[in-house]
Design a protein around this ligand. Sequence first.
Ligand code: NAD
Ligand code: TYD
Length: 355
Amino acid sequence: MKKTILITGGAGFIGSHVVRLFVNKYSDYKIVNLDKLTYAGNLANLKDIEKKSNYEFVKGDICDADLIQQLFYKHNFDGVVHLAAESHVDRSISNPMEFVRTNVIGTVTLLNVAKHFWKASLDTIPKGKLFYYVSTDEVYGSLGKKGKFKETTSYDPHSPYSSSKASSDHFVRAYHDTFGLPVIISNCSNNYGSFHFPEKLIPLAINNIKNNKPVPVYGKGANIRDWLFVEDHARAIDVIYHKGKVGDTYNIGGNNEWKNIDLIKLLCSMMDKKLGRKKGESAKLITYVKDRAGHDMRYAIDSSKLQKTLKWRPSLKFEEGLERTVDWYLSNNEWLQNVTSGDYQKYYDMQYIKR
Ligand code: NAD
Ligand code: TYD
């Protein structure tokens, strides 16, 4: 094999798209996917590639230093693409400690093993090795009406989730600056697409509209997010992993800002058509609810560095990506039912134990 890469969190939403892309595109790479299979991780997300000879799944926790060491000894990794995380802001408000554990302690555990195994030091920066950390634009905080986040924007996180990601970004940079670990960080805007757990805005709204349930809109629905199709994010990670400059940060975004309420209304009208409902029928489900505590008003990413230096661009118009996403959820009812039923995880745990 030309390279062996450890991808963490590969059974989650973005991770599964990254694993799929790497396994299919690089048949001469060995891809090892380490995932704890929390509520957000599902092996069903990777059914189409699970039998490929260049792919291996390991169930485990990124906080388990012994396991990470064993994996490094066994596979002699050239790279790590680290996506495993607790990722939902609302959950971080009700249980911040889990976010500290996985996002901060888990990341530092991985950094320690990579540093040790690659014998990183400022005198001998290991060649051909890379620790790639997938982070979020939320570390930059909240924007007013104008401006966009640049790679140089100061960190100003507000939620326990974004604070944990900001903290781990700092650790990743510290391991580069102090120990010579070859690292790259990318900070991406909100993703949407297939295999997105239906607790986040877009899949939750699709699921609720389909089931004629209220669609909760926090506050006045005036908050703005910059949405990127998940497969475009995976492509960006591929380009940055292979061509990015060690020690650098890259912002990734869709240049596609939507006010939450406008996005929900667009979804409602799409769903009316797809489900053969009368125009305006789904929009009746929109329900304004209490705002999220510390709710960031606006995110917008300036991805010009990535676009100029590495020639990456978003490939889809939002309306097209959203329609593809709606179609995927409507034709993958079994997946949706399984992830929303409590037995799903147990079923996959059993399958894993049997193998
Ligand atoms: P997700 O919640 O869908 O998936 C996270 C995955 O990590 C799951 O498969 C879960 O089982 C696994 N995991 C959690 N804790 C673990 C642990 N202790 N050990 C091993 N595996 C563990 O998340 P996502 O939306 O796919 O996000 C992936 C990464 O991208 C995260 O680091 C997130 O911060 C970042 N990110 C997400 C977005 C977005 O819009 N979703 C945007 C920018 C950046
Ligand atoms: P979310 O998908 O949780 O992503 P993030 O908070 O990381 O940006 O939420 C996207 C936006 O939608 C955010 O402004 C919160 C809002 N939101 C709702 O209005 N209703 C919902 O049910 C959810 C989950 C989110």
